[in-house]
Design a protein around this ligand. Structure first.
Ligand SMILES: O=c1ccn([C@H]2C[C@H](O)[C@@H](COP(=O)(O)OP(=O)(O)OP(=O)(O)O)O2)c(=O)[nH]1
Ligand SMILES: [Mg+2]
Length: 179
């Protein structure tokens, strides 16, 4: 077994599809959403109120700011998928090019980097999530089974100093290794 995909345990009964390539020479394995989801547009009233207040140097209620922050926070779309690969390989998660064009959906981290030591980690079993922000004017409904992003396996290289640098064991993602 060199590299591939598996369904994480909590989705074992949910009838998920493993990521797949749609054409003979497609580089990316398309990932589907594991659940129905609504990604709210960032252009909500509370967000606009905050922008207006900044522009006019007015103060805004804390509650309004908190709600605006929530809207601006990227959503984590669950895929229910984990990926195993060789230690010198990485899975790059990239947006589908049609997402910003048709639905205003961007991946705010640019690309997602799925490390080989993320697989089966103690924290979340290595489930891959896709960060999404909706800069369009409408809320976007994502249905379970809809393709949301693509994963590309790549080899990576080490720097000369690498073996002198301390490493830790991965036990999660999204900031689990500290600040
Ligand atoms: O779009 C993404 C990006 C990352 N990850 C997972 C897999 C990856 O191995 C782990 C850590 O990602 P990264 O190193 O890019 O994030 P970090 O902020 O540095 O977190 P950490 O401190 O856990 O390394 O989070 C995802 O599920 N989706
Ligand atoms: Mg990291």
């Amino acid at each position: 077994m060199k590299r591939g995909f598996e369904i994480v345990s909590k989705y074992s009964e949910k009838n998920l599809t493993l990521p797949y390539r749609t054409t003979e020479h497609a580089a990316g394995y398309d990932f589907e959403s594991a659940e129905d989801f609504v990604v709210p547009s960032i252009w909500k009233l509370n967000f606009l109120k905050v922008l207006w207040a900044i522009k006019h140097e007015k103060t805004v209620q804390e509650e309004t700011i908190d709600q605006a922050k929530k809207i601006l926070k990227p959503f984590l779309i669950p895929t229910g998928i984990k990926s195993y690969m060789q230690p010198d390989e990485v899975l790059i998660i990239a947006n589908r090019s049609s997402n910003p064009l048709k639905r205003g959906l961007v991946i705010p981290n640019g690309i997602g980097v799925i490390d080989s030591d993320y697989y089966n980690n103690d924290g979340n079993e290595g489930e891959i999530f896709v960060q999404i922000l909706n800069f369009g004017i409408s809320d976007i409904k994502i249905k379970k089974g809809e393709r949301i992003a693509q994963g590309i396996f790549m080899p990576y290289l080490l720097a000369d100093q690498d073996d002198q640098q301390k490493k830790q064991t991965r036990n999660g993602g999204f900031g689990s290794s500290g600040k």
